[in-house]
Design a protein around this ligand. Structure first.
Ligand SMILES: Nc1nc2c(c(=O)[nH]1)N[C@H]1C(S)=C(S)[C@@H](COP(=O)(O)OP(=O)(O)OC[C@H]3O[C@@H](n4cnc5c(=O)[nH]c(N)nc54)[C@H](O)[C@@H]3O)O[C@H]1N2
Ligand SMILES: Nc1nc2c(c(=O)[nH]1)N[C@H]1C(S)=C(S)[C@@H](COP(=O)(O)OP(=O)(O)OC[C@H]3O[C@@H](n4cnc5c(=O)[nH]c(N)nc54)[C@H](O)[C@@H]3O)O[C@H]1N2
Ligand code: SF4
Ligand SMILES: [Mo]
Length: 770
């Protein structure tokens, strides 16, 4: 039975293109956010959830990693948070008959959108080798099937263990402990596809791969630069922080190829003025930069800063800060002096007047914050670009003082915490030593497989078992066809999931699905109701308590699943008290307090209202734990993507109605798209130059040296004011176009934001929605 057969979705309405909106949130957003929740969950469950969301003693919103202010209003959530909660806490469950009536092949024909609508998974499922259906199995059977397979491998490195960033701290810690006790560092995670470039660049140059600001710094800043980020959709409550900053006198600049609604105008639904007025004009300057032009913009700005210093020596750079805390200025200054301004113009597509204004605004501000997300991290030269961003901040001492700093805005709600807990294929020796001392076994030291290496390992047969704690790996990773073929070559795939997605249908010879509790649900264990914790984008750790009853009886928490699997696979090996962990999560926190720096009194600190903030060298006392003990001003070679004639640079991005691979609806309200995702946004001048027409159907073809072209058929061209030469389409569909080999230098993050494409007029037919 598919949804279409139940009559719930009906046929797809035709795609409609409406006016794009130039403001975000306001009344329509709040109404839209509450409607589906009330319809699906009923008023009682809705009220229980919405009053507990992001409140002290409640649960943390599972959507994005935007931090909570310390003074909270009664409705501390946004439209997209409400969608995420509704999606998880729905009382609708996948009918028991579904897996008998639908084969794995049938599941492949159901879109991500429809799979999500089917509801929550409630019982463990097994697809035996040779069978074309999943059948329900008991928990004990499921664990022994997986344990038998794991123990039969000739090396632990033949298994890989993926994590998606919704996993809470305690769960992540137990999971990495199990994986390392089993004997491998194959711990790929969604961060490999997300902020890996950030972690790498910042760790190297400032000694910590995280934000250097606290939430309150937004309110103290003179200038906030938002680069490569669409907060109106992806971190909606950031608009409230920006609005407050603006009311305190801050200037805001957006740097983005697309004119994103939230940055241009914002109506705060919690304030009357937001409801009745036209909203706050947020961005004072908006640079519609060419895709991948950010490194050039940053270098051009640093050059203007250095020129200003040369014109008025001693007055522009923060000489005290640089002398005490930084190194590398002379080499940087001489490198930047020879910057080729023509190359800058070509890379950015910006005029020198725009560049001068941007630099003047930077120079006029004493306290500058730069925030960024995927527009900067999913580029070939992301790591160098982010080092360049730090250079610019360091020149004027904009790190480690109130209202100033570098602020990567994370994606998944606990992706940052998962890293802190050891979910990384290359954890430091310090972490491994602490783990060894705490649990009296020697963890493997050889680095493991990241996400791209996981696909490569599956491809060539080195990896035989794929285990995922959440996520939707085959849809999220680049090169869909290659990734799917690789996954189908696995001997066993296992997924711990709340809801169905495409990865449950693209599986190995033998496959299991283990349903689990979500963050909204009460987690009752032997020692009583348990809570978990998460770390947000600004390194604040706080508790999250489930508030509604589990969607079905017999469900297990993620901690319980990992603990039971560890017992089945490892038995008494290493003498770790897995059963104790499942019974009482305080025991896990006790171990964390002795292994992970900053968590020394975890159990006490996390029980304090609002939680605690992790130590952070650059933010707290301008301490830089780099190789040299100083912040490093680095020299990076400017390079930009060469766009051959007749080609465009395509970025893949999120619509307003999706969470990563989860599609809530086929609309993208702010960009004026209704009932369809098969669209490509192209600048009207490029449409004319390419001899195409607005509304025309095309095939998007990506080109890779030495590899076959990749295609996405029957897309509709939408005339849209993006930067010249740049185009945009939705992720995850666009992953079909990205070669697995196209990854950021150093971080190996798939280059999801710069794909060279050509557009060919479509012959006929209509592609199904995925
Ligand atoms: N509602 C909702 N919230 C989410 C998510 C979701 O899917 N839905 N996903 C979560 C996750 S995991 C993440 S990582 C974050 C992602 O948050 P974002 O990074 O905001 O997500 P994207 O949609 O990928 O948007 C990237 C932005 O960068 C711009 N951009 C593209 N290329 C360039 C470039 O070369 N230079 C510059 N300056 N800008 C560029 C795009 O136009 C777009 O505005 O959001 C998190 N929050
Ligand atoms: N082309 C392109 N590709 C991209 C990106 C891009 O911008 N462009 N962005 C990248 C980024 S930033 C990211 S973070 C990745 C995302 O990659 P993933 O994290 O792998 O993908 P999600 O879509 O977030 O995973 C959703 C699934 O997680 C499961 N789930 C939800 N909640 C829970 C829970 O509480 N517990 C468990 N166990 N499972 C749960 C559900 O089954 C759901 O279907 O995609 C990356 N891929
Ligand atoms: S800003 Fe992010 S974390 Fe906060 S309520 Fe909205 S979706 Fe949830
Ligand atoms: Mo992400």
């Amino acid at each position: 039975m598919t949804l279409r057969e139940t009559g719930e979705t009906g046929a797809y309405p035709e795609l409609e293109i409406e006016h794009r909106e130039t403001w975000a949130v306001g009344i329509p957003a709040i109404l839209k956010s509450m409607g589906p929740a009330i319809r699906q969950m009923g008023p009682l469950r809705t009220a229980q959830l919405m009053t507990a969301m992001n409140q002290k003693g409640g649960f943390d919103c599972m959507s994005c990693a935007w931090p909570d202010p310390s003074h909270r209003s009664p409705a501390e959530f946004c439209e997209n948070g409400a969608k995420a909660v509704t999606w998880e806490a729905t009382p609708v469950t996948v009918p028991a008959s579904f897996f008998a009536e639908n084969s794995i092949d049938d599941m492949l024909g159901i879109s991500e959108y429809e799979l999500g609508l089917l509801g929550r998974l409630t019982e463990p499922l097994h697809r035996a080798k040779g069978s074309d259906h999943y059948v329900p199995v008991s928990w004990n059977t499921a664990f022994s099937i997986i344990a038998d397979k794991l123990t039969s491998l000739s090396s632990p490195n033949e298994a890989t263990f993926y994590t998606s960033g919704r996993t809470a701290n305690e769960t992540a810690f137990v999971y990495q402990l199990f994986v390392r006790a089993f004997g491998t560092n194959n711990l790929p995670d969604c961060s490999n596809m997300c902020h890996e470039s950030t972690s790498l660049a910042l760790n190297e140059v400032i000694g910590v791969g995280k934000s250097t600001i606290a939430y309150e710094d937004f309110g103290k800043s003179d200038l906030i630069i938002v680069m490569g980020q669409n907060p109106g959709t992806n971190h909606p409550r950031m608009l409230t922080a920006l609005e407050e900053a603006k009311r305190n006198g801050a200037t805001i600049i957006g740097v983005n190829p697309l004119p994103e609604a939230g940055l241009i105008r914002y109506k705060n639904p919690q304030k009357v003025r937001g409801i009745i007025g036209r909203g706050t004009a947020l961005a004072d300057q908006y640079l519609q930069i060419r895709s991948g032009g950010d490194m050039a913009l940053l270098q051009a700005t640093s050059r203007r800063v250095l020129d200003a210093e040369a014109a008025a020596p001693g007055t522009v750079l923060d000489h005290d800060f640089i002398a005490t805390h930084c190194e590398g200025l002379p080499a940087f200054a001489s490198h930047i002096a020879s910057l080729d301004e023509d190359a800058v113009a070509e890379a950015t597509g910006l005029t020198s007047a725009e560049l001068d204004e941007f630099a003047a605004r930077y120079l006029a501000a004493d306290r500058v914050i730069i925030t960024w997300a995927m527009g900067l991290t999913q580029q070939k030269k992301s790591v160098d670009t982010l080092k360049e961003l730090i250079n610019l901040l360091l020149l004027r001492g904009n790190i480690g003082k109130p209202g100033a700093g570098a602020s990567p805005i994370r994606g998944h709600s606990n992706v940052q915490g998962d890293r802190t807990m050891g979910i990384w294929e290359q954890m430091s020796d310090e972490f491994m030593d602490a783990l060894a001392a705490e649990f009296a076994f020697e963890p493997p030291r050889e680095h493991g497989a990241d996400s791209v290496a996981t696909v490569e390992g599956l491809q060539d047969g080195r990896i035989k078992v794929f285990f995922a704690l959440g996520g939707n790996f085959v849809s999220a990773i680049s090169d869909t066809a290659v990734a799917e073929a690789a996954m189908r070559g696995a001997e066993m795939t296992v997924q711990v999931s709340t809801k169905l997605n495409r990865s449950h249908a693209v599986i190995g010879d033998e496959a299991l699905i283990l349903p689990t509790l979500g963050r909204t649900e009460i987690d009752l264990q032997a020692a009583g109701p348990q809570f978990l914790s998460v770390e947000d984008s600004v390194c604040a750790v706080h508790a999250t308590h489930g508030r509604v009853s589990p969607v079905a009886p017999g469900m297990l928490s993620e901690v319980a699943i990992i603990s039971r699997l560890a017992r089945a696979a490892l038995g008494e090996r290493h003498g770790i008290d897995w059963a104790g962990f499942e019974a009482d999560y305080d025991l896990i926190r006790d171990h964390i307090s002795r292994v992970v720096p900053g968590f020394e009194s975890f159990n006490a600190d996390v029980r304090r209202k609002g939680g605690f903030i992790l130590p952070n060298g650059p933010r707290d006392d301008r301490r830089f734990d780099t190789a040299t003990g100083k912040a490093m001003i680095t020299v990076n070679t400017l390079e930009h993507l060469d766009r051959p004639a007749g080609r465009l640079i395509l970025q893949s991005m999120r619509s307003h109605d999706q969470f990563n691979t989860t599609i809530y609806s086929l609309n993208d309200r702010y960009r004026g798209i209704k009932n369809g995702r098969d669209v490509i946004f192209v600048n009207p001048d490029d449409i004319a130059e390419l001899g195409l027409a607005d509304g025309q159907r095309v095939t998007i073809v990506s080109e890779w040296a030495g590899e076959p072209d990749r295609e996405l058929r029957n897309y509709r061209v939408v005339s849209y004011p993006t930067a010249r030469g740049c185009a945009a389409a939705y992720y995850p569909e666009a992953n079909v176009l990205v070669s697995l080999a196209s990854a950021a230098i150093g971080s190996k993050t798939p280059v999801s934001k710069a794909i060279i494409i050509r557009l060919e007029p479509a012959s006929s037919g209509r592609t199904p929605h995925r």
